[in-house]
Design a protein around this ligand. Structure first.
Ligand SMILES: [Zn+2]
Length: 482
């Protein structure tokens, strides 16, 4: 007997999108068939007629339950929304897997040599999420410039960490003490490449950013609405290209978190057409807003670092997702309350992050599938499949196929709703998506065969989420495969 049959939905698989039945057994997909073939009894039959059945959303970039810098929050000890709350919001938004971060999140620089071993960081983060997460989860390991300087031996642990199921390492080329200078970065890239991992890179040109902060301060122009002049197009152009050259020399696969400018999209596209294994992500707030919106009342609510840029940059990100130059969408999930988000008002103090983990799928469905006629296959790719492939979760996650985890989101394309705060489940008192008109909305989320959200009701449990070991397929690291 099957545990579940999802019956008659418009099902998006690698081969075709058609009305199909899906049989689930033991949390895995047992069969995907034309309708009516699965006649065996099932614990539950879900009538999915009229719905679109997609692989559960994968959020590749979230910052859950971590300290917020005092200079942003205006007070000490503020933290972003914890896993219990952010993963609940994610589940309501059709997300079944979250990739967050492990490592040292404190903004104070480290000085001593006693840095935590990498796998110890991972274990600590697993314990923060275990029994407090409605979705499955994994972590990119953050490697910081100050830590690599104090404890270069961290680089020697990369191989073992990859063996133990950690696939991706996150670095920043900006913002001391996180910024990793190019020397140690070269060593990190070599070691990650040698051991079959992938680099997740927040690239900005530190010297440009620092110069612009000083310049705007000098000129009395350092209000937060000028963030795009600091974290600017030139910075993205130069920094992306430096990273690409470093990756080329070291034969390292690169996942650029948040491309934000047409220059970044172009740099990624050129490298990909030259055969480099390079992948780019876009955040959904960057697909809607422009830097003009920063000037509206409370305009910096929309801000996530680097900075939202101009209309042609926004269009370049949208077109990149449509035509394949960009591969994934994410949110940079970072949920705070409005007072924290608005505490800092200058280009140095505006709080980053976006409480967006719930809205990504419906917003992108509306903007790209409904408005721009993106195919459902491509929508599945940029919300789930590509992240699974690039970050080492495929084929367990990201695909509706026999043997894969039975993670699904059912979208009802007939639902239209103008979002209000009441529709959303984040632990927050504002949403930048208030008033956004969704056409199509997630109505059911299924994690490993268990319905965790149904018709606006939470059915899952915070002990449902499991940590996911990851391994990037060698092909992903040889050439751009998605
Ligand atoms: Zn981030």
């Amino acid at each position: 007997m099957l545990d579940v049959i999802v019956k008659g939905g418009l099902t998006v698989t690698p081969d075709e999108t058609a009305e199909m039945d899906i049989g689930v057994l033991g949390g895995k997909i047992a069969a995907v068939t034309v309708p009516g073939v699965l006649t065996a009894e099932a614990g539950r039959v879900i009538d999915a007629r009229g719905k679109i059945v997609l692989p559960g959303g994968i959020e590749p970039h979230a910052h859950i339950g971590i300290p917020i810098p005092e200079k942003w929050a205006g007070r000490p000890e503020a933290i972003t929304s914890p896993p219990q709350k952010s993963s609940r919001a994610a589940a309501f938004g059709g997300v079944t897997t979250i990739i967050d971060f492990a490592g040292n999140f404190n903004f104070a620089p480290v000085t001593g040599p006693d840095q935590k071993p990498i796998m110890k960081s991972i274990e600590e983060r697993r314990n923060v999420f275990k029994d407090h997460c409605y979705t499955d989860f994994a972590f990119h390991q953050i490697l910081r410039g100050d830590e690599l300087e104090a404890a270069p031996q961290l680089i020697d642990q990369i191989g073992e960490a990859i063996q133990d199921g950690l696939a991706s390492f996150k670095i920043f080329t900006v913002h001391a003490p996180f910024r990793v200078p190019y020397g140690p970065l070269w060593a990190v890239f070599k070691e990650v490449a040698k051991n079959g991992g992938i680099m997740a890179v927040h690239a900005e040109e530190d010297e440009i950013v620092t110069y612009m902060i000083d310049k705007l301060k000098r000129e009395g122009q350092d209000h937060g609405y000028n963030l795009h002049l600091v974290h600017n197009n030139l910075s993205e152009d130069i920094s992306f290209r430096k990273i690409l050259r470093l990756a080329q020399h070291t034969e390292t696969g690169v996942y650029f978190v948040h491309a934000t400018a047409k220059e970044g999209v172009a740099a990624i596209a050129e490298a990909r057409s030259a055969g480099q294994p390079v992948y780019g992500e876009a955040l959904h707030n960057y697909l809607e807003f422009t830097c003009e919106d920063y000037k509206k009342p409370d305009g910096t609510l929309i801000h996530t670092y680097p900075a939202i840029k101009y209309a042609d940059d926004r269009d370049s990100l949208i077109n990149g997702l449509l035509d394949g130059r960009l591969c994934t969408t994410a949110t940079d999930e970072w949920t705070t309350h409005k007072d924290v988000k608005l505490a800092g008002q200058t280009v140095e103090t505006v709080c980053g992050g976006h409480n967006g983990i719930e809205t990504r799928l419906p917003v992108i469905f509306t903007k790209l599938v409904v408005e721009r006629h993106m195919s459902l296959e491509r929508f599945a790719a940029i919300t789930s499949t590509n992240a699974a492939k690039i970050l080492g979760l495929f084929p367990r996650k990201g695909v509706i196929a026999p043997g894969s985890d039975a993670d699904f989101v059912l979208i009802d394309p007939s639902v239209t709703k103008k979002l209000t705060l009441n529709d959303l489940h984040a632990d927050s008192d504002y949403s930048i998506w208030e008033g956004f008109e969704c056409r199509g909305y997630p109505v059911m989320t299924i994690l490993r065969g268990k319905v965790i959200v149904e018709d606006g009701k939470l059915m899952g449990n915070s002990s449902d989420g499991q940590w996911l070991p990851r391994k990037v397929s060698p092909g992903v690291l040889t050439q751009p495969v998605v």
